[in-house]
Design a binder for this molecule. Structure first.
Ligand SMILES: [Mn+2]
Length: 331
């Protein structure tokens, strides 16, 4: 048994009729892959009434995943949760990440949280949290193994997409020999690794490519503190067509690879007095502590935060101040 809680959760699922499955705010391959894998697994177990919901726009780049079209973008403050007995929430560590709403008022239905974030803070009664695991999708694979569930090609495809997305194609330090073993098993079950990589990493829209160029152009090196950072103003961001996906992709591609640095930060002014920051560490530096001090969260290697209510320059100063404080500690 991979997790003690697996069977208890299966029992709870078996007692329900109407199930909601969550795709977290601003979903990535792991968020969508894990949600769709759960959807397909439950369909195999029994003919539940299932609804897949997401609070934000879905990335077209993931539309190759089976049943992607079943995910509905809904407004969580108006959605009628009371029709459902159970809400399964993979790959989310707090209510903000679940709903995209700052003061979200959770509905009174049973929740199952399946997550791998270092900063998970919800503490639901029914949850499986494995902090530091590569992805929620790897966790889901382990749960399905505990359930003796037969993984078909579609499920394998969803899980492998999630793992590839959260590991940068098996590159980050969160990849263990077990992650590779699962990857191998998923490929044997029919998951098309080449297609997933081509769709996720080899189909970059041209405007996003140009945005990457701008990020590199504006990148600054903090020599004394061993990190790099970039701040993109709202004007610049709009000029490149608000490339939402390019933001975290450029962080993963460039913020963590500069020689003699411990980490990198990409700051983007998304709205007036609203900036988001993507942090990526290089090596063993725990970047989640910086994100957390700024009110955000994430993993040791990749984390995020948003600064609300400060003008652009002030927000950037605040981020750099906290970054230097932690950078200093490690020098
Ligand atoms: Mn994840």
């Amino acid at each position: 048994m991979n997790y003690q809680e697996s069977l208890k959760i299966l029992e709870l699922i078996n007692k329900t009729k109407r199930v909601l499955i969550n795709c977290h705010y601003k979903p990535d391959p792991d968020g969508i892959g894990s949600a769709l894998a759960i959807y397909l697994a439950l369909k195999k177990i029994r003919d539940f009434e299932i609804e897949l919901i997401c609070p934000s726009k879905l990335p077209e780049s993931l539309s190759y995943l089976p049943n992607f079209e079943k995910i509905k973008q809904v407004n969580y403050s108006e959605f009628d949760f009371s029709k459902y007995d159970l809400w399964v929430i993979p790959d989310a560590a707090n209510w903000w990440q679940i709903s995209g709403i700052l003061d979200f008022n959770p509905p009174k239905i049973d929740v199952i949280n399946i997550d791998h974030h270092e900063t998970n803070e919800i503490g639901f009664e029914n949850s499986i949290i494995s902090k530091g695991l590569s992805s929620a999708s790897e966790l889901i694979f382990n749960v399905f193994e505990d359930w003796n569930l037969e993984i078909n090609k579609d499920i394998a495809m969803c899980i492998l997409s999630g793992i590839i997305g959260d590991t940068g194609v098996f590159r980050y330090t969160n990849v263990t020999s077990r992650t590779l073993e699962i990857g191998s098993r998923l490929m044997n079950l029919g998951a098309d690794k080449n297609m997933i990589v081509a769709k996720t990493y080899g189909s970059i829209p041209f405007n996003e490519m140009k945005f990457w160029g701008r990020i590199l152009d504006l990148m600054q090196l903090e020599k004394d503190y061993n990190f790099v950072w970039v701040a993109i103003s709202l004007e610049e961001y709009e000029k490149y067509g608000r490339p939402v996906e390019a933001k975290s992709a450029s962080a993963s591609n460039f913020a963590s690879i500069v020689d003699r640095t411990n980490f990198g930060i990409i700051i983007v002014e998304e709205k007036k007095d609203f900036v988001t920051c993507s942090f990526r560490s290089r090596g063993s530096f725990d970047i989640s502590q910086i994100a957390q001090e700024l009110g955000g969260g994430g993993h040791k290697e990749a984390a995020g935060a948003r600064i609300v209510g400060l003008p652009f320059e002030k927000a950037v100063d605040k981020v750099l101040e906290v970054a230097r404080k932690y950078a200093k500690k490690t020098n």
